[in-house]
Write a protein that binds this ligand. Structure first.
Ligand SMILES: [Zn+2]
Length: 272
């Protein structure tokens, strides 16, 4: 599933293509998945931003209130500059070739809303700070995470303490911070390591264009793969040696998610 680095890479690639362009029509046949997209017709894209794993396009029409197109890529969604067998939405643009949204498994969603109004979208409305933004403070993160009784990995995946961390980058960040994914009651020093690990991992993954896994579902809009998968230390590496200590990486299921870690570097500490 695309996480912050993949969504940010997508944003960076489609921004030069869409910015300042007038949308003619969003063509699709699934109004329950792509909601109120008729409101985008005739509007100009004035900004492309991102919150966590969501793309946000500002849509303006002179004399009208601003609108926002929210895009969630789901499991397999992504924009392409050319049509594919799994094209679900065709964005017709006034002065350019169409932009295509493809989504083999159809978990992706779009909706046109009033900017910042996210009813029925608790993940987006309750989302924590951007890990690469200036509002992500170490002190606030320590306060949100240290000492709590929740297991750290599911708490990260909730998007509440920090935005945009999904299964891959949670596993990678926890390995880098030497914290067990099921750890509870983290000490402030562990949370500070995790804070640094999340920032460093996310930054490197954005620079690498994200991670394209063996299923190949994530590609950049121009068809390029990401390259961060070659730098994974734990994700999808079960049975291979830890890059730090040589122990075998293991995979478990934690809160229904496949979870990879090094049993020697990331020991579970019992803290009643
Ligand atoms: Zn290790």
């Amino acid at each position: 599933m695309p996480e912050l680095p993949e969504v940010e890479t997508t944003r960076l690639k489609i921004e030069p293509y869409l910015l300042g362009q007038r949308l003619l029509r969003l063509e699709h046949d699934a109004s329950h998945r792509y909601q109120n997209t008729h409101l985008a017709s005739g509007r100009t894209v004035t900004r492309l931003s991102r919150r966590g794993k969501y793309l946000l396009l500002n849509l303006e029409d002179p004399g009208q209130d601003s609108l926002e197109l929210i895009v969630h890529l789901g499991m397999t969604g992504g924009f392409r500059f050319a049509a594919t067998p799994h094209t679900r939405v065709t964005m017709h643009i006034e002065d350019a070739e169409p932009l295509y949204f493809q989504d083999a498994r159809r978990f992706g969603k779009m909706a046109v809303v009033q900017p910042g109004v996210y009813p029925g979208m608790p993940t987006l409305s309750g989302m924590g700070p951007e890990p690469l933004g200036e509002t992500f403070s170490e002190r606030a993160f320590v306060r949100a995470v240290a000492g709590g009784g929740r297991m750290i990995k599911p708490w990260l995946l909730s998007q509440v303490p920090v935005a945009g961390v999904g299964n891959i980058y949670a596993d990678e960040s926890l390995w880098a911070a030497k914290v067990h994914p099921a750890q509870t009651r983290l000490k402030p020093a562990e949370v500070r390591r995790l804070y640094e690990a999340i920032r460093t991992t996310m930054q490197a993954a954005v620079e690498a264009g994200g991670s394209t896994l063996s299923d190949g579902s994530y590609q950049q809009p121009d068809g390029l793969s990401g390259s961060f998968q070659t730098r994974h230390n734990v994700y999808d590496r079960a049975g291979q040696p830890c890059n730090r200590c040589g122990s075998e990486i293991v995979k478990i299921v934690l809160a229904q998610r496949g979870t990879h870690f090094c049993p020697k570097c990331q020991t579970l500490k019992l803290r009643p």
